[in-house]
Design a binder for this molecule. Structure first.
Ligand code: RB5
Length: 152
């Protein structure tokens, strides 16, 4: 079960627009509060700016996590991982989504709108939202990831 009171920021560029709409519909049907970001009509826009806008809602505490969609999921994940406090994971299956939460404490899920279909994408989203960080030895490793930014 996905927690009903969850707030998820969902952003896309033009290449992820159609999948973003499917993901938003799916989340809203489960009672999740969605904040839509990025491209609003399928016209061309730049995924780095979408990543920044969407992830900002997570880092200021207005959303619990983000779902980001571009064509491949690659560009938007690279951009999201430049935002302080964000750990973005590009997932193409549910196993990756599960361990992105359990081991990496990912707070942004990235999807490729030109790579996977809506059915699989929604299952990946559900898996991401239903799993939680395990902590323990993984906390040390996540802390090490976050410390890299501090050494820049
Ligand atoms: C846009 O054409 C495309 O480059 C973008 O959506 C994404 O796939 C980049 O990684």
């Amino acid at each position: 079960m996905v927690q009903e009171n969850m707030r998820v920021a969902v952003g896309s560029d033009h290449a992820g627009f159609a999948l973003k709409k499917e993901v938003i519909k799916h989340l809203e049907e489960m009672g999740v509060t969605v904040c839509e970001c990025g491209c609003m009509d399928g016209s061309s826009c730049d995924y780095p700016l979408v990543a920044e806008e969407t992830c900002a809602l997570v880092t200021v505490g207005k959303a619990d996590c983000a779902v980001l969609v571009c064509g491949t999921g690659l560009g938007i994940s690279i951009a999201a991982n430049k935002v302080a406090g964000i750990r973005a994971a590009l997932c193409t299956d549910c196993y990756m989504a599960k361990y992105a939460r359990l081991h990496n404490d990912a707070n942004a899920l990235c999807l490729g709108g030109r790579v996977i279909g809506a059915g699989l994408a929604c299952e990946i989203v559900d898996t991401f939202l239903q799993n939680s960080f395990e902590g323990g030895r993984h906390q040390r490793r996540v802390d090490q990831i976050m410390a890299i930014a501090d050494r820049k």
